[in-house]
Design a protein around this ligand. Structure first.
Ligand code: SF4
Ligand code: SF4
Length: 55
């Protein structure tokens, strides 16, 4: 299952920069493109708000 950004996200954009696949998009919301995500877990490790979960 791909990573999912929850409502805890404060749009700091750290994960957007750190995702090695460029799978995280930052628009009005931050969200993961599940077609691209490889489930590496990097975004979960770097998120200061613990706002990303692997569903
Ligand atoms: S799990 Fe890895 S590939 Fe998927 S969105 Fe997070 S950093 Fe990117
Ligand atoms: S690192 Fe966490 S709080 Fe920051 S934009 Fe990503 S999901 Fe949101």
């Amino acid at each position: 299952m791909p990573a999912v950004v929850t409502d805890e996200c404060d749009k700091c954009a750290v994960c957007v920069d750190e995702c090695p696949m460029g799978a995280i998009e930052f628009d009005e919301k931050v969200f993961v493109d599940e077609e691209i995500c490889t489930e590496c877990g990097t975004c979960i490790d770097v998120c200061p708000k613990d706002a990303i979960v692997m569903e």
